[in-house]
Design a protein around this ligand. Sequence first.
Ligand SMILES: [Zn+2]
Ligand SMILES: [Zn+2]
Length: 177
Amino acid sequence: MEKYIYVVPIGDILEDLINFLREKLEEIFRLKVKEYTKVPIPKEAYNPKRNQYYSYYFINLLFSLKLNDAIKILGITNVDLYTDNLNFIFGEAILNGKECVISIARLDNKFYGLPPDHTLLKIRALKEAVHELGHTFGLKHCKNPSCVMYFSNSLADTDKKDYNFCPECQLRLYNLF
Ligand SMILES: [Zn+2]
Ligand SMILES: [Zn+2]
């Protein structure tokens, strides 16, 4: 059975962004990438006190899809995510697992009251997608600030890094395959 990386829109995500990610992720991971039909945002994830969504439910939702031909499953949502002990997260992954999720909420200039920049949003989303998928393949954080596996604490960190792996992480990934 041929295996794929699945990209799952959770809520409304522009088709143009999904297509961009599909194309780029195929190049970077050299695996086929398939889009799954849009799924609704898990309502139970919403925390009204924080006006944010608990990311665990998103990972769980991806797990519940039971995609047998999936090597990895990347969820993309437009709502703001958080997890335990963190104010917000750009994404979360199961280390060495199958599922990961990214949120584009804080990757969007709109969030900071800045003029929209769709190209920049796509690049930022790609960086976070490669980063979280990297974790599912077993990669940990990298100290090289230009490597995609560098931990982004802020959008400035995301903007500074590349959407590719540094040579060392690339080699690690190759060995993990
Ligand atoms: Zn990380
Ligand atoms: Zn690296």
